[in-house]
Ligand binder design. Structure first.
Ligand SMILES: Cc1cc2nc3c(=O)[nH]c(=O)nc-3n(C[C@H](O)[C@H](O)[C@H](O)COP(=O)(O)OP(=O)(O)OC[C@H]3O[C@@H](n4cnc5c(N)ncnc54)[C@H](O)[C@@H]3O)c2cc1C
Length: 400
């Protein structure tokens, strides 16, 4: 509590930085946000923004439930564009016991997770191919939101509480300078704050390197590239429909609005394929990737053969070895009063309200044991100490 009313600088205005700004401003801190692009100009703007509570780790599921409640009832903050569509999670025979155990856990913390018969999927998609869909769970309340509107709303609300935002300013380095932290910007100016928070996604280690952190102390965050293909779906599948997860084909099909489908990847191999963020990153997917994923959706939803391709995009995931965020102080690597919330591993939009709350509690000096979420498992030491945040689904797909 004694650190309230401090000057706080947040670097990064994606879903993470904007939510942190909102939560810190709301609790009486003087907040300045800087971003080299603008609000949601990074990976947030590329996000499928699916909002689900189906997770297989209890802490993350609780964070997802909290965040779902914020994003689906966003009127006090602004506009999130949340659309309830429902979401279907099918499992292969060999994973049934794990999935059943998980449903029990989800129900025990108040998540509305139903077990349905595989054939019930036909109520939404009448010609669905049910191969390897042996056990199915359904979340009626899930959906998707608008990540750009949500982040802008968080920022606007933060500004109402006095936050200041600077777009198109890059932080070149952060340094400890006496009691405060100095942030040097690319226009030669310097900002000084009591605490600095890095919400810098795949760019975090660049900033740490420039700030003098040695290679061996950099965070275990690597970038992987993920494509989304947008197709106009045939009339047969029009209307609001649930997102269909397709782990056997390592893909998901997000039914966006009434007529468009976004095809995304759940392939753990792609998650682990590191890309050089300083190299060439194509803006659209390759022809081979496009054809491969169209084949998958057609084999699952045969009438999709009549869909037309609209466009594609690529975005980056900031992967950690256990697929979960690093939320910690960086004093252990020589940066006192500097904190990080990064390494969100491709599923961080839906959790942004929880990340914002956690970081604000941490900065406001709350006791993690008494806070709504105990954030200590997200520390950066866990990778060295072998205390990874475990998921039941490691071998199934990217369903943490
Ligand atoms: C294709 C794709 C699909 C996804 N689908 C989903 C989904 O369905 N559901 C879900 O929950 N999540 C999804 N995600 C993940 C989710 O979108 C991200 O985890 C989340 O939005 C990341 O937010 P962020 O604020 O941490 O990062 P970003 O949005 O990347 O923001 C980081 C910001 O930091 C700024 N920055 C970095 N370095 C500096 C610097 N030195 N100086 C100034 N500014 C700097 C950047 O400009 C950027 O704006 C998806 C991601 C992608 C790419």
């Amino acid at each position: 509590m004694e650190s309230r009313k401090k000057d706080i600088i947040i670097i990064g205005a994606g879903s993470t930085g904007s939510s942190v700004a909102y939560n810190l401003s709301k609790t009486g801190n003087r907040v300045t946000v800087i971003d080299q692009l603008g609000v949601a100009g990074g990976n947030t703007g590329k996000s499928s923004a699916l909002i689900r509570t189906h997770y297989s780790n209890e802490i993350i599921a609780k964070m997802a439930l909290y965040s779902f409640k914020v994003i689906s009832h966003f009127e006090d903050i602004g506009y999130s564009g949340f659309r309830k569509t429902g979401m279907i999670f099918p499992f292969h025979d060999r994973d049934v016991e794990i999935a059943k155990r998980n449903v029990r856990m989800l129900k025990s913390i108040g998540i509305d997770e139903k077990i349905i018969e595989p054939t019930e999927i036909r109520g939404f998609y009448d010609d669905v191919n049910l191969d390897n869909f042996d056990f199915v769970t359904y979340e009626p309340e899930s959906g998707y939101a608008d990540p750009v509107a949500t982040s802008n709303s968080f920022m606007e609300k933060a500004k109402e509480s006095g936050a200041v935002m600077f777009s198109k300013k890059k932080a070149l380095r952060v340094d400890n300078s006496g009691e405060s932290v100095r942030v040097t910007l690319d226009d030669g100016k310097e900002l000084s704050g009591g605490k600095v928070i890095l919400a810098t996604n795949v760019w975090t280690n660049d900033l740490l390197s420039e700030s003098g952190v040695s290679k061996s102390n950099l965070l275990p965050i690597s970038a992987s590239m993920h494509g989304i293909i947008y197709i106009r779906r045939p009339k047969q599948y029009s209307g609001l429909k649930p997102t269909l997860w397709d782990p056997p084909h390592t893909a998901y099909y997000k039914m966006e609005g009434e007529t468009v489908t976004a095809i995304g990847s759940l392939d753990p191999k792609i998650d682990r394929e590191e890309v050089d963020i300083h190299g060439f990153i194509p803006e659209t997917v390759t022809q081979e990737y496009l054809e491969g994923y169209l084949e998958r959706i057609v084999s699952r939803l045969p009438s999709m053969r009549d869909a037309t391709v609209i466009s594609s995009l690529t975005g980056l995931y900031d992967m950690t070895p256990d697929g979960q965020a690093i939320i910690d102080s960086l004093s252990g690597i020589g940066l006192d009063n500097v904190y990080v919330c990064a390494g969100l591993s491709g599923h961080g939009f839906k959790l942004s309200p929880a990340y914002g709350k956690i970081v604000a509690d941490m900065i406001n000096g709350e006791d993690p044991e008494k806070s709504i979420f105990d954030w200590r498992p997200f520390n950066m030491r866990r990778f060295r100490e072998g205390k990874l945040i475990k998921s039941l689904y490691d071998d199934i797909a990217t369903i943490y």
